[in-house]
Design a protein around this ligand. Structure first.
Ligand code: SAH
Length: 346
């Protein structure tokens, strides 16, 4: 089956034409899919019956069935376990901030990247998500919670730049003014450092925020914790970031998960400050989250403060990420199929 939700308006127009329907039927179809966000073709009542039948025989609408929903008792963070049409399962997390609702979406089922501190790849890589399957996470959560989700972070399971074409298409669809119309400025895309993907994204000159999962100040530490660094070492990665900023004018956000005794010393902070010197960037320090299968611990609050101060003294804008959904394993790197204790509030 083909996925209707993944198609652009021109593609829907070609489809309408193939099925002998007028061109404007494609606009109607797009509105049903992306504004009314219906989940079945039968609900598209202003399309002719003949067109609906042809669509039903050849197309599907990507969907995310809610297999499980966990709500944090601390902060109302919601973690969804969604089931896709082939039975694969993915996770998304909705967080409530002062400025509105933000969703963290997955881009792949599993992950190939193998970062040592992350749970996403433990069960290996299964497949890429379709553009419609990335959209369906947002549409389903927004319908279920009955809220408008205004911010999207591509920081769930998977490496977005390893699924470039589908992610690019997702970005166009979610920001389409005839659809959900989410501002690109409210989207963050995070990569572990797939350099060719950064250059491809740069060419698109989008207004989104590019986040880089750096997590180490030098190649020795980074190659041990993030295998991707053996392919694209730090100098190559930071050069790509500088080129990205020069081309798009956008500030880069660096993610740095602090792991006790691994990458969190004052010396590590000074080395990081030195490397980032002069770049238009922001550093987001993340107290690393525990992952059952992995053996590492989070840095102490004093260590984190000291690390932050060293960066700030070098005039590097630095924040420490707040932890949300701590009781439902909803934090960075903890998302994994079918897992998670916590308070099941449904
Ligand atoms: N593959 C992309 C998108 C995933 S984003 C990327 O690597 O950027 C998920 C973020 O959480 C990444 O910054 C990742 O490095 C980080 N992360 C993974 N495991 C973590 C953990 N145990 N604690 C804190 N952050 C973690």
């Amino acid at each position: 089956m083909n996925d209707l939700l993944s198609l652009s308006l021109p593609e829907l127009e070609a489809l309408a034409c193939d099925f002998g329907a007028p061109r404007f039927a494609a606009n109607q179809l797009f509105l049903w899919l992306h504004q009314k966000r219906v989940t079945s073709i039968d609900e598209m009542t202003n399309l002719s019956k003949a067109l609906r039948e042809k669509l039903k025989n050849n197309y599907d609408i990507s969907s995310c069935a809610i297999a499980k929903k966990l709500v944090s008792v601390y902060d109302n963070t919601v973690k969804y376990l969604f089931e896709l049409s082939d039975g694969e399962r993915i996770e998304s997390v909705v967080m409530q901030y002062k400025y509105g609702y933000s969703i963290c979406v997955s881009s792949q089922v599993g992950c190939k990247m193998g970062c040592r501190f992350c749970a996403s790849g433990i069960a290996g890589f299964v497949r890429n998500l379709l553009p419609g399957e990335i959209l369906a996470q947002i549409y389903t959560a927004s319908r279920d919670l009955d809220v408008r989700i205004s911010h999207v972070v591509m920081m769930g399971v998977g490496e977005p730049l390893d699924n470039f074409d589908n992610v690019r298409r997702f970005l166009s669809l979610i920001s389409d003014e005839n659809g959900y119309h989410l501002s690109m400025r409210n989207i963050s895309l995070s990569t572990c450092g797939v350099v060719p993907g950064i250059y491809r994204l740069m060419e698109e000159r989008l207004q989104l925020t590019l986040s880089i999962s750096l997590h180490a100040p030098n190649d020795e530490i980074r190659s041990k914790t993030m295998p991707v660094n053996q392919r694209w070492p730090i100098d190559t990665l930071l050069q790509a970031c500088k080129d990205y900023t020069a081309c798009t004018g956008r500030r880069i956000s660096f993610e740095y998960a602090l792991i006790s005794g691994v990458n969190d010393s004052d010396k590590n902070a000074a080395e990081l400050a030195n490397r980032l010197h002069g770049m238009l960037c922001h550093v987001n320090l993340i107290p690393v989250n525990s992952v059952k299968e992995r053996d590492f611990t989070r840095s102490s609050p004093q260590r984190i403060r000291s690390f932050q101060q060293i960066l700030e003294r070098s005039h590097i804008n630095t924040t420490v990420r707040r932890t949300l959904g701590a009781d439902i394993n909803a934090s960075c790197g903890q998302l994994r199929r079918g897992e998670g204790p916590g308070s099941d509030q449904i």
